[in-house]
Write a protein that binds this ligand. Structure first.
Ligand code: PLP
Length: 380
């Protein structure tokens, strides 16, 4: 995170609400990922924060990208195309995976021209892909345990292990090529055994496919879910990486390509929100601060991402437990019901919230007429 002095200067210069993205932190997170998972190519999950400047920095660091909609695809595709020599346009699988298992017909029609790598998890999708995007490479998304993840995904996506090989053979019969398997253990997974179990499930499916005569698979995508260090209870990334490496080396030969789709891990710590106190009241004996950013804006992760952020003051002083409200007229717009903040803060004083780079600013709205926070990039 940028120093408090820098944050304060930026807020003075640009006004608030402000969302500051530190590109040194992006590069650091990418380097950490590569250092501890050297066998794994990171496809940054663009939905965590689709800012083109973030895409650019991570691309330059060596990242590939996981997209899940055509607008995300275009952001990444156009940028990478501009960086590559014209005569070499065969990079797409190395740099992009379209990892939304359910795609509209129109999306598939558009995707087909790129011969992209796409995920699927059911029979209906095979029919759609065969009809509208037959030039795609396929990756079967498996349903795996999401126990202990902050955001659960297994109820919406994933083929059960028992039906997986049938779905692979069905796609094969339809003339499509299944390149490999993918899964997602749930976002912000602090239960590292989810990864261990999921890699084992994938290895079993790989083996069953081979036993039943399908030998074209050559990649494994271990998805996202790598936790951001929101608080000290999150165990270090290297411990998770060690478990993953052990299982990968034990179960998957060296010629199998390993991908991952980290979203939160890359961007969470790179984003800081700076907000201003615009009102102050005492309600039922509790001090309430009203700030100019809230759950419809940079703090949207409180609602959509089940995440807590802790606004802190730049000023020091005796504290008490306060409520922090957002600026809209909706009572849902609560940033925190219990934050220890100095009681003497005044209108115009600033607060900052760290580790808010993932799934916050990305789902900001214009609700109630309040625009999203201004975005400022540093150390680009
Ligand atoms: C959201 C998502 C990700 C990113 O997940 P994180 O928990 O942020 O790492 C990766 N892959 C898919 C398919 C997703 O939907």
């Amino acid at each position: 995170m940028a120093s408090l002095k820098v944050l304060e200067q930026l807020a003075r210069k640009h006004g608030t609400p402000l969302f500051v993205v530190d590109h040194d932190e992006l590069r650091k997170n990418y380097a950490t990922f590569k250092k501890y998972l050297p066998r794994v190519q990171a496809y940054f999950a663009v939905k965590a924060n689709p800012d083109p400047a973030i895409v650019k920095t991570l691309y330059k660091a060596g990242a590939s990208f996981d997209v899940a909609s055509m607008p995300e695809f275009r952001i990444v595709y156009e940028f990478i195309k501009s960086m590559r020599p014209k005569e070499r346009q065969d990079w797409i699988w190395d740099k992009i995976i379209y990892a939304n298992p359910i795609k509209a017909n129109e999306t598939l029609k558009e995707l087909d021209q790129y011969k992209a790598l796409v995920t699927y998890d059911n029979s209906e999708e095979i029919k759609k892909i065969k009809q509208y995007a037959p030039h795609s490479g396929l990756c079967l998304r498996l349903r795996v345990s999401n126990t202990g993840a902050m955001v659960e995904l297994s109820s919406k996506f994933g083929a059960k292990a028992g039906e997986a090989v049938d779905l692979i053979l069905e796609a094969d019969k339809a003339g499509l090529v299944v390149e490999g398997l993918s899964f997602h253990v749930g976002s912000q997974t602090t239960n590292f055994d989810n990864f261990v179990q999921a890699i084992n499930v994938a290895a079993e499916v790989y083996k069953e496919a081979k036993d039943r005569g399908y030998t074209k698979m050559n990649l494994l995508d271990i998805g996202g879910g790598f936790p951001a260090p929101y608080d000290p209870t999150v165990k270090p990334f290297r411990e998770l990486a060690k478990k993953i490496n052990t299982e990968l080396d034990r179960l998957f030969p060296k010629n199998i390509q390993i991908l991952a789709e980290p979203g939160r891990f890359m961007v969470a710590t790179a984003g800081t929100a700076v907000s201003k106190i615009i009102g102050k009241a005492v309600r039922d004996g509790k001090l309430c601060y009203y700030i100019d950013d809230g759950v419809y804006h940079t703090f949207s992760g409180i609602i959509f991402d089940h995440c807590h952020y802790h606004p802190k003051a730049f000023k020091k002083g005796p504290t008490e437990i306060c409520t922090v409200f957002g600026p809209t007229c909706d009572a849902l717009d609560v940033v925190s019901l219990a934050e220890s903040l100095p009681s003497k803060l005044q209108r115009g004083d600033l607060l900052y919230s760290e580790n808010i780079g993932a799934y916050g600013n990305a789902s900001s709205t214009w609700f109630n007429g309040f625009p999203p926070a201004k975005v400022v990039h540093i150390n680009q």
